[in-house]
Design a protein around this ligand. Structure first.
Ligand SMILES: NC(=O)c1ccc[n+]([C@@H]2O[C@H](COP(=O)([O-])OP(=O)(O)OC[C@H]3O[C@@H](n4cnc5c(N)ncnc54)[C@H](O)[C@@H]3O)[C@@H](O)[C@H]2O)c1
Length: 412
């Protein structure tokens, strides 16, 4: 405990985690009184795995009817959400569903979160973007993540792309947090190496970034009584520390050998623990700058975070020395000179990212030097993340981090 912590923690009401736990879901939903559901997924799961059919049949036998929408796409757009809303509402007719289930990675879970607010009245999702004065009416969501991962099964936000300007927009409210997060690590066994690497490094970024972010006592909640994010606390840091330890042990192993089930299970825990940390504490510079990187490169969420992570850690050496030392030790850095150990951490993380087949500088990501000032401006424009970066001069820090990430410069 830290005596000045200001904790506002909204975990899922039920976390069900373990190999094979997916078989428990129909009986659990029946016991909770759910009768009519909408199941959001994509064609990989409906056509290439037995998981959708198995669930539907078992639920049906217990009196739960379910409509399947398998039109989920990676990085869903607001248009996809509105089209899905119309299609699903046409199918359900007069019977309002009483729950939504999402099976997939962060993309399908985010689409389902947005649908939880659009299905009841058929309104366009644009009406729910940004901070709303009152919590929107939302169907309860049951999230079944198949990547390890985004941790979207424990966060308040749905990230969608607005196709009119290709930017990411967020529907964000604590009512969007899934009521049940069912994490069956076996769902991740079919992830190809690229998805394993991108989603795994996303989990590592969530854990480290939230471990180092602004303290809850200093966090600006913007006057909200039910904030989605509210800074780090002893509670969130406990989950972050455990998640970092698991990523240090298992991230490379899952990428090198996707059939390493111990490593897959380890990363499933890591991803969820990281979400229990960042889903309350929030994030800062890595994600803030990654949005600008994605705006130019259109590369995946995980890889655009990964390229920035070492350079952001490097910039935090003076403000977060003690925490970085703990992270360094978890990554096996044994140097008895603490300053040297902390300095070595970004180098080790950058080697890990390179091992995962992700570019380690902005230049090798295809970004031209002339684009850097625009990136600084775009990253600073994500004020909710910039405000949580715990350094005195955020604009100067962002400019330096972006410059050094382009050059590939770490250390003094
Ligand atoms: N809401 C949040 O809190 C939050 C946090 C981080 C990221 N995100 C969002 O999540 C998305 C990224 O999610 P992601 O990294 O989980 O990937 P994803 O959901 O975009 O999936 C990527 C691809 O992998 C496939 N896939 C997923 N699981 C698989 C499995 N088990 N076997 C085989 N293929 C599988 C999918 O079908 C898809 O084609 C981005 O849109 C990002 O913005 C949301």
């Amino acid at each position: 405990m830290r005596s000045n912590d200001q904790i506002h923690f909204c975990p899922p009401a039920r976390v069900v985690l373990g190999c094979g736990t997916r078989s428990q879901l129909p009986a659990l939903l029946a016991r909770l009184g759910y009768r009519s559901g909408v199941f959001i997924t994509d064609t990989f799961f409906s056509e290439k795995t037995p998981w959708v059919r198995e669930y539907i049949e078992a639920a049906e036998a217990l009196g739960i009817t379910t409509i399947v929408f398998d039109g989920g796409k990676a990085d869903p757009t607001t248009t996809l959400c509105d089209d899905a809303t119309a299609l699903i509402r046409a199918q359900i007719g007069a019977v309002q569903p009483d729950h939504v289930i999402a099976l997939g990675g962060g993309s399908n879970i985010d689409l389902a979160k947005a649908l939880c607010v659009t299905i009841p009245d058929g309104k366009p999702v644009a009406e729910f973007i940004g901070v709303l004065p009152n919590a929107p009416k939302a169907l309860p969501l049951i999230a079944l993540p198949t990547t390890a991962g985004t941790g979207s099964e424990a966060t308040p936000g749905a990230i969608l792309i607005d196709p009119s300007n290709a930017t990411k927009v967020a529907v964000m409210d604590n009512v969007l947090r899934p009521v049940i997060a069912l994490i069956d690590p076996e769902y991740t066994y079919t992830c190809p190496p690229r998805v394993t690497a991108d989603s795994g490094v996303d989990a590592l970024t969530h854990a480290v970034e939230s471990y180092l972010t602004l303290d809850s006592a200093e966090f600006d909640r913007g006057g909200q009584v039910d904030p989605g994010y509210s800074g780090r606390s002893s509670l969130t840091m406990m989950f972050a520390h455990e998640a970092i330890d698991l990523c240090a042990r298992y991230l490379v192993r899952t990428y090198d050998d996707g059939s390493d089930t111990e490593a897959r299970i380890g990363m499933a825990y890591a991803s969820h623990y990281a979400a229990l940390s960042y889903g309350g504490a929030g994030l800062n510079a890595v994600h803030g700058i990654a949005y600008a990187v994605a705006g130019i490169t259109h590369e995946t969420h995980g890889s655009t975070n990964a390229v920035m992570l070492p350079y952001v850690l490097d910039a935090m050496r003076s403000v977060r020395h003690d925490e970085l030392l703990k992270v360094a030790r978890l990554f096996g850095i044994k140097d008895g000179d603490e300053a040297r150990a902390v300095k070595e951490l970004p180098v080790v993380i950058r080697e890990l990212i390179g091992h995962l087949g992700i570019p380690t500088t902005l230049a090798t990501f295809g970004i031209a030097r002339e684009q850097l000032p625009g990136m600084v401006a775009d990253a600073l424009a994500v004020t909710r993340l910039a405000k949580a970066f715990p350094v005195a001069d955020v604009p100067a820090a962002y400019a330096s981090i972006i410059e050094r990430a382009w050059l590939g410069q770490l250390g003094d």
